[in-house]
Design a protein around this ligand. Structure first.
Ligand code: TXA
Ligand code: MG
Length: 336
């Protein structure tokens, strides 16, 4: 068993050294913690799949410190991509580009002729990548099937003994994974909603952006293969509560006391004295930040059979929040 070290920000150079030796180091981003390995080292990348327990046909995001790093694999970038990078990089927008044949290991691309590139807003991680001198693969640093980690402690909980270390930079700020935009076909297509919305992207491009909600069909190969696996499903049944259903939901929760975990705003929680609650803050920004931590909190309580969580309008960040919540809930809403 490996000893998993927690690296402080001042130890970023040591963490980078481990990466160049082919070890796995989890790193902070503004969205969720990523599981880093040298993306040019096929053996190291293969160990990422093993550590996560993730199916190996699922390609990994290539995390870079600069757009120059992307060009090594793509060649000159199209004008539209440059505009988007000017506006959103570093930040929570991942873009899929065609890559030069064989320029990245098959373990990274899953055999696709494209790769997904992301430049995180977290300065410490950009330093880590620059120090390592290579891009890092960066899937979320959870074990497969668990909610994505938003603190170094979540990573440690899931992967202790399986990775060399975690670079700790405190809790992440966005809380849900990046927007994935496919730039490899004629029409820019959103494969996964995130904090950067389709409207914001369309405004920069002066062109409509479509959201591919149907790429997870039964017999087709999904464009973002990760979308076909069940994600973030806790042992308890999550029920989404529409805004006007909280009275009924709280009455129901009172009858089931300890077996219901309630994730909600402070305003709702104040109406639930003595019940088992987790504060998601007052709006969709804080709810997104704390959603995964809340699911983990109740996942650790064996007596919790149901988890209630608030619905938000599916616009802007709300689209990403609801996308993750619906997956966790298997699309189930609380019905009075
Ligand atoms: O915010 C994030 O993006 C986080 C942080 C750590 O950076 N990373 C993350 O990575 O969510 P991961 O591996 O859990 O999700 C990557 C998604 C998967 O759904 C995968 O199928 C898709 O990106 N993907 C990777 N390469 C692709 C490609 N060439 N074409 C289409 N989808 C791709
Ligand atoms: Mg993930």
């Amino acid at each position: 068993m490996l000893i998993t070290k927690i690296y402080q920000p001042s130890e970023v150079k040591q963490a980078a050294k481990e990466l160049t030796l082919g070890e796995l180091i989890a790193f902070p981003t503004e969205t969720v913690y990523g599981l880093g390995a040298d993306a040019t080292n096929e053996q190291a990348v293969k160990r990422v799949y093993l550590a996560k327990g993730r199916p190996s046909d699922n390609p990994l995001i290539v995390t870079v410190a600069s757009r120059e790093m992307v060009k090594q694999y793509t060649g000159e970038l199209p004008e539209a991509a440059v505009k988007l990078m000017d506006k959103f990089w570093p930040g929570p927008l991942t873009m899929v580009f065609p890559i030069k044949d064989g320029s990245l290991p098959k373990a990274v691309t899953g055999g696709l002729k494209t790769a997904a590139f992301r430049c995180p807003a977290n300065q410490l991680t950009r330093t880590l990548i620059a120090e390592a001198g290579v891009p890092l693969v960066g899937p979320s640093a959870n074990s497969s099937g668990k909610p994505s980690p938003t603190t170094a402690q979540h990573v440690y909980h899931d992967l202790e003994g399986r990775i060399a270390g975690v670079l700790d930079d405190g809790p992440t700020s966005v809380g849900v994974e990046s927007t994935i935009l496919d730039m490899s076909s004629k029409q820019p297509t959103i494969l996964r909603p995130g904090a950067v919305s389709p409207q914001e992207i369309a405004a920069v491009l002066g062109q409509e952006v479509i959201s591919d909600k149907h790429h997870v069909g039964q017999n087709e190969v999904p464009k973002a293969p990760g979308m076909k696996y069940k994600h973030y499903a806790p042992a308890a049944q999550v029920l989404i509560v529409a805004q006007d259903k909280w009275d009924a939901a709280l009455a129901w929760a009172k009858d089931h006391a300890n077996s219901v975990g309630i994730m909600a705003s402070p305003q709702v929680i104040s109406r639930a004295p003595g019940l088992n609650t987790y504060d998601l803050g007052a709006d969709v920004v804080t709810a997104s930040q704390h959603l995964f931590a809340g699911l983990r909190y109740f996942d650790d309580q064996a007596e919790v059979k149901w988890i209630l969580a608030p619905a938000y309008p599916e616009e802007g960040l709300g689209e990403a929040y609801m996308n993750r919540l619906k997956k966790a809930a298997g699309n189930q809403f609380f019905e009075a």
